[in-house]
Design a protein around this ligand. Structure first.
Ligand code: SF4
Ligand code: SF4
Length: 107
């Protein structure tokens, strides 16, 4: 199993989740983070850190977010690790409440 970052993270990237991960499983893209399923040890400590509740255990990913499971795996192969929290994107608070924003994802 792994944990999965879903749509709420797009254009927010608060990165609060990154500091607590014991195995540095997060990978960073231009406006989204993913979790590398090969590194995640299923500890769940990142889940309550996310202010927009974007992180789910693979088995609990909502039906309308299931495409993010393979997407995390795909992007984790090409994006670089992020191991420290950094400032959120400038308009993160505006985008944090937007529900439908897959088209905003930059690769
Ligand atoms: S804390 Fe949530 S919104 Fe922020 S980078 Fe992590 S998953 Fe994305
Ligand atoms: S569940 Fe644990 S190991 Fe997996 S990404 Fe979150 S903090 Fe890291």
């Amino acid at each position: 199993m792994t944990f999965v970052v879903t749509e709420s993270c797009i254009r927010c990237k608060y990165t609060d989740c990154v500091d607590v991960c014991p195995v540095d499983a997060f990978r960073e893209g231009p406006n989204f983070l993913v979790i590398d399923p090969d590194d995640c040890i299923d500890c769940a400590v990142c889940v309550p850190e996310c202010p927009v509740s974007a992180i789910y255990a693979e088995e609990d990913v909502p039906n309308d977010q299931r495409d993010f499971t393979p997407l995390n795996a795909e992007l984790a192969r090409v994006w670089k690790p992020i191991t420290r929290t950094k400032p959120a994107l400038p308009d993160a608070d505006t985008w944090s409440t937007v529900q439908d924003k897959r088209d905003q994802l930059e690769r």
